[in-house]
Write a protein that binds this ligand. Structure first.
Ligand code: MF3
Ligand code: CO
Ligand code: CO
Length: 277
């Protein structure tokens, strides 16, 4: 048996250039972003004490496949799951499996879907039962950091302005910004140029231009910024074991130089309610 490669299929790859997308790209990203957001909306009532994280992963995978889309993380660089579930001192890339959420956990769930070839990538924080006041404060700071970063996107702004806005706010709250992971360009490619750092100096880095698509996804620690990756090759944790939080949007720069958020929650639950002491 021989196999031939269909020469009509072209795979876009990361070239190092920042791609400029047109109307078709915006249409594609709106659909992908909406489905990713709907998936995280769907999970909200399931994030409860005792739930197996493998069950949340199953729910997400089925939700995506039933809607004719693909889970981008499944088999991505050998990752075997649909979502990443990162709780407490796990910074990112926590692996769902035969472990349950516990009362008091603060958890990030990160999902990326592919719809008609376009990637929608988003993550949120969920509280499991009632969480501590300091955990809730960290989550609030993380969301405000993302909001301020997105707010810095305006005509003539640079990616350094975005990173600076996040860093200045987060450090002003005596928290720290993780340096080892960043946001990324995306579109038909999952992780594309540019790297979107969540720290930086004003006026540095690429100037934002209409048609650029990227994520902003700050990881914020209550303690020091240093992380280490566990022996599973994925799970990143804070070195000082301090709590970490993250939230992520996929967005595009519109013709007027302002931002369109592709992964906004249609039910206005991008920041699910968190009960705290
Ligand atoms: N969704 C993550 C991001 O924000 C990437 C996860 S890659 C995986 O870029 F393989 F760990 F799933
Ligand atoms: Co991302
Ligand atoms: Co993500």
């Amino acid at each position: 048996m021989t196999y031939s490669v269909d020469e009509d299929i072209e795979f876009e790859t990361r070239t190092g250039e920042i791609k400029i997308h047109g109307a078709e790209g915006f249409e594609g990203m709106r659909k992908a972003g909406l489905l990713a957001a709907q998936c995280l909306d769907m999970l909200i009532p399931h994030v409860v004490p005792g739930v197996l994280t493998s069950h949340l992963d199953d729910l997400a995978r089925e939700f995506i496949l039933e809607r004719g889309a693909l889970p981008a993380c499944l088999f991505y660089k050998g990752y075997g799951h649909t979502v990443c579930i990162s709780r407490n001192h796990v910074v990112c890339h926590g692996i769902p499996g035969d472990w349950a959420l516990r009362e008091g956990d603060v958890v990030n769930i990160d999902v990326t879907v592919i719809v008609d070839g376009w990637h929608g990538d988003t993550s949120r924080m969920y509280g499991v039962g009632k969480v501590s006041a300091r955990a809730r404060r960290l989550v609030d700071i993380t969301y405000e950091g993302l909001r301020l970063g997105l707010d810095a996107i305006k005509p003539g702004a640079t990616l350094g302005d975005v990173g600076h806005a996040i860093q200045k706010y987060v450090e002003g709250q005596r928290c720290s910004v993780v340096r080892d992971f960043c946001g990324h360009g995306l579109g038909r490619v999952f992780h594309d140029s540019p790297n979107v750092l969540h720290f930086g100096r004003p006026g540095t880095g690429p100037v934002l231009k209409p048609g650029m698509f990227f994520t902003v996804e700050p990881m914020v620690n209550l303690g020091k910024p240093q992380v280490k990756v566990l022996s599973d090759g994925w799970t990143a944790v804070t070195r000082d074991k301090s709590l970490s939080a993250q939230c992520e949007h996929s967005c595009g720069v519109k013709d007027d130089g302002t931002i369109e958020i592709f992964t906004a929650s249609p039910t206005d639950q991008f920041k699910p309610e968190i009960l705290a002491d």
